[in-house]
Write a protein that binds this ligand. Structure first.
Ligand SMILES: Nc1ncnc2c1ncn2[C@@H]1O[C@H](COP(=O)(O)OP(=O)(O)O)[C@@H](O)[C@H]1O
Ligand SMILES: [Mg+2]
Length: 327
């Protein structure tokens, strides 16, 4: 059981004042978290969804005792992480997607053995867990390779594996799927579902990727600029990824006249990014996606590539703010 109550956190950053004699540095306060409240039951998977800079990593760092909040309280199984002893912290597992906790120059198995010693993991439990990890990640093939020789995806699987070895009761995953291809993501999803369904482990995962939400969670907490925007069941926001698709069109040149005219006929809005890539948001209840794509292909002479993607986090946030999700 996890209880997060009125958690706030700010950072002070020094800004250099423009000008020749910039001896005086102005300080700026960044409110990273503003009165965050939620309760999680044990044994569930919860996704914390938010854009870059929303406050996800700060929240994970506070929940795991790495940072102290300005105010508010956190209880994990009745204990406060940043006040608790090593013994309690051993019940937690933490993975940061951007950083490995494994020893770069060593074979994976050496890191695992160090962790086994640090956490006092019994031989039998260790073997059993490696077998489970092999089922989901085919980890045995990777154990004798050095961490530096692994691909990003293989390394992430090993990182996730490393926090599972000591049977923690709560696992925190901070953007574990960032930059991974779909086959690695699917392995991760399958393993997290196993943890959710067959063990008592609680999982708290942060992401900005809607495919993680669709694949994994039951409970979603959306944070935006340090505040909770939505906290509920994934079904409540599922219309956004059932109904909405983004068509991403890459043009060969900067001429957007043709495509703009075509989309005006369909009354579809487009966003053009700086790199000249167009994003078209389509509600599939109102438009036939296949029809639209073949129309784009046959009408436009300057298409390089067309992709269909799930709505991105900005689209989801817009929908919540504009009341389009009925939440
Ligand atoms: N160590 C730090 N010093 C100053 N500002 C920080 C620091 N860490 C994060 N921030 C700021 O706090 C806000 C929340 O950051 P973060 O928790 O990393 O968000 P997220 O993980 O959702 O991208 C951002 O505006 C970020 O720039
Ligand atoms: Mg982060």
């Amino acid at each position: 059981m996890i209880e997060v109550k009125d958690i706030s956190k700010h950072y002070i950053v020094k800004k250099k004042r423009a000008g020749k004699f910039s001896f005086f540095k102005e300080k700026e306060e960044i409110k990273a978290l503003n009165k965050i409240n939620f309760m999680l039951n044990g044994g569930e998977t919860t996704c914390i969804l938010g854009a870059n800079g929303a406050g996800k990593s700060t929240l994970i760092k506070i929940m795991t005792g790495i940072l102290t909040p300005d105010s508010g309280t956190i209880l994990i199984n009745g204990k406060t992480p940043f006040e608790s002893r090593t013994q309690f912290l051993k019940q937690l597992g933490i993975v940061f997607g951007q950083r490995t906790q494994l020893w770069w120059e060593l074979p994976v198995i050496d890191s695992f053995n160090i962790i086994k010693k640090m956490y006092d993991v019994d031989d039998q439990v260790f073997e059993k867990n490696i077998d489970i990890l092999d089922q989901y990640f085919q980890i045995k093939k990777l154990l004798h390779r050095t961490v530096r020789s692994l691909s990003l995806g293989q390394r992430m699987l090993c990182d996730l594996a490393s926090v599972f070895l000591h049977d923690p009761s709560v696992i925190f995953l901070d953007e574990p799927t960032i930059g991974l291809d779909i086959s690695i993501k699917n392995k991760m999803y399958a393993f997290i579902r196993y943890l959710n369904d067959s063990t008592e482990t609680s999982i708290i995962l942060t992401t900005h990727d809607m495919s993680d939400i669709r694949a994994l969670s039951d409970r979603v907490i959306i944070i935006d600029r340090g505040s909770i925007l939505f906290d509920g069941k994934v079904e409540q926001i599922s219309s956004v990824f059932k109904d909405i698709r983004m068509i991403i069109v890459e043009l060969l040149d900067e001429n957007t006249d043709q495509i703009t005219t075509l989309l005006e006929n369909y009354q579809l809005a487009t966003h053009i990014s700086k790199s000249g890539i167009m994003t078209i948001e389509v509600n599939t209840n109102n438009h036939n996606l296949n029809h639209l794509i073949s129309e784009l292909h046959s009408t436009l002479s300057n298409i390089n590539d067309i992709k269909i993607e799930l709505p991105d986090i900005e689209c989801v946030l817009n929908k919540v703010y504009s009341g389009g999700l009925n939440v």
